[in-house]
Write a protein that binds this ligand. Structure first.
Ligand code: NAD
Length: 257
């Protein structure tokens, strides 16, 4: 299979988009290293299930992506990192004046700085191998803004910039760096925003989904974790070898508006 012999490290991958990407990379033959800040039986069971289903090596490594040393240790402990997927992310929704400084710091650390640390740790081996893929999971919010998401929008715009710089530093060495920019995908991070949005906009759940979330998404549909995972597999393919330093949107037309 296309990615047989490659090892992928996917941060924040026991749920949602990260898990979807891990499953699709495993389906394409890659060994996968799953990660979260937790270390539960369930985390390890998810890795075991992927190994069984796709006949690849899969394991779980606990590491807190808000801790720079832990980010670098994750790459070291993975025992290989041909494909690095920086996916871990959190969200907080509040007006700037009421935005807790600790939430700002946590979002910048997990959604942006972690990718700097893992990339720094992963590039030497990619350069030595003459092949590598860095996939940063940004967002439509890496290209456009929404109110009440100051830290998230800043971090996602930041990771698009980091993606471009990474691409330039490794250009011509068989390594590419790209950012995937999903629109709304119905995962736990989105579920957790619904109550805040209901409060902020004084709307019920269905109205928030239809009029706030999917109002920005012209297709009127959530993107799926399988679709984001399929995009990641494409960016790892030979067909994408000259695609680098750019963004690819999976957003139902959001950023075309
Ligand atoms: P999710 O909450 O299911 O996944 C986030 C993952 O990050 C979880 O597995 C969580 O355990 C992990 N994580 C959180 N803090 C961590 C930490 N300190 N260390 C290690 N792991 C940590 O949400 P998701 O929607 O799958 O989000 C994944 C990524 O996709 C995020 O970067 C998010 O910003 C981005 N994204 C999501 C959407 C969407 O609509 N769901 C849209 C655009 C971008």
């Amino acid at each position: 299979m296309a990615l047989t012999g490659k090892t992928a490290v996917i941060t924040g991958s026991t749920s949602g988009i990260g898990l979807g990407i891990a499953r699709e990379l495993a389906r394409a033959g890659a060994s996968v290293v799953l990660n979260s800040f937790t270390d539960s039986d369930e985390d390890h069971a998810i890795a075991a299930e992927i190994a069984r289903e796709h006949g690849v090596a899969a394991r779980f490594v606990s590491a807190d992506m808000s801790d720079p040393e832990a980010c670098r240790a994750l790459v070291a402990q993975a025992g290989g990192c041909d494909i690095l997927v920086n996916n871990a992310g959190i969200q907080h929704v509040a007006r700037i004046e009421e935005f807790p400084p600790a939430k700002w710091d946590a979002i910048i650390a997990i959604n942006l700085s972690s990718a700097f640390h893992t990339t720094a740790a992963a590039l030497p081996a990619m350069k030595a191998a003459g092949w590598g893929r860095v996939l940063n999971i940004a967002s439509a919010h890496g290209l456009t803004a929404s109110p009440y998401k100051a830290a998230y929008v800043a971090a996602k715009h930041g990771i698009v910039g980091l993606t471009k710089t990474t691409a330039l530093e490794v250009a011509g060495q068989g390594i590419t760096a790209n950012a995937i920019c999903p629109g709304y995908v119905l995962t736990p991070i989105v579920e957790s925003q619904i109550p805040d949005q209901m409060k902020t906009h004084d709307m019920d759940r269905e109205t928030v989904i239809k009029e706030i979330m999917l109002a920005r998404q012209p297709s009127g549909e959530f993107a799926t974790t399988e679709q984001v995972g399929g995009t990641a597999v494409f960016l790892c393919s030979d067909a994408a070898a000259q695609i680098t330093g750019t963004t690819i949107s999976v957003d139902g037309g959001w950023t075309a508006l």
